[in-house]
Design a protein around this ligand. Structure first.
Ligand SMILES: [Zn+2]
Length: 193
């Protein structure tokens, strides 16, 4: 399944595309400074499903509950909603599209993991639970599978190549959106939402 790097780039692409105004780099920097929660919220939403590592980490078996109920569209939507609630509580007024973008960022995690070349049984994720108990995985995987069988495996060449591959897939869309956002519109004096 994609690492935090791939999930984060997908979420940040959505966040930058939909929540960050278009403008000159100097305006953009000021805007980000005043709205730093925007990208943080999309980052957290995009990775929220992998919180299902936590119970396993506590008992020394990280994969114990990983890819089960924490990797369903239902859980992702709930996680996106909770991130939106927390963000709203801390920031007050949010961008108009904040909730749909956070939900999309959270559900993008499910789509990315579904598109993974899973090599460990049960193959895939319980994406549509409780409507289906089937573990689902794409027949045409986009992402390679990370080896997390041991600490040494986590830092193996296989995993470095796997992360490089997901960066190759997810960085270009992010850079394209960033480039578009950093080009001011005609008559742009300040960023607009
Ligand atoms: Zn995941």
């Amino acid at each position: 399944m994609p690492s935090t790097v791939g999930h984060s780039l997908i979420g940040l692409t959505l966040g930058v595309a939909c929540l960050v105004p278009r403008g000159l780099p100097t305006h953009w920097r000021d805007w980000l400074r005043a709205n730093r929660g925007t990208l943080l919220a999309t980052f957290i939403a995009a990775n929220a499903c992998d919180l299902d590592y936590v119970p396993g980490l506590l008992i020394g078996a990280p994969n114990y509950l990983h890819r089960w109920l924490g990797h369903t569209v239902l859980w992702a939507a709930l996680a996106g909603f909770v991130v939106w609630l927390l963000w709203r509580r801390s920031a007050g007024r949010l961008p108009r599209w904040a909730l749909p973008v956070l939900l999309a960022a959270a559900v993008s995690h499910i789509l990315a993991d579904y598109s993974d070349e899973d090599t460990r049984a049960p193959f895939g994720i319980l994406a549509l639970w409780p409507f289906s108990n089937e573990f689902m995985v794409s027949a045409q995987p986009l992402f390679w599978s990370l080896d997390k069988s041991s600490l040494a495996a986590v830092f193996s060449w296989h995993n470095i190549r796997t992360v490089a591959h997901e960066i190759l897939l997810t960085l270009p869309p992010f850079l394209a959106v960033l480039f578009y956002k950093l080009r001011p519109m005609r008559h742009d004096a300040a960023p607009t939402n």
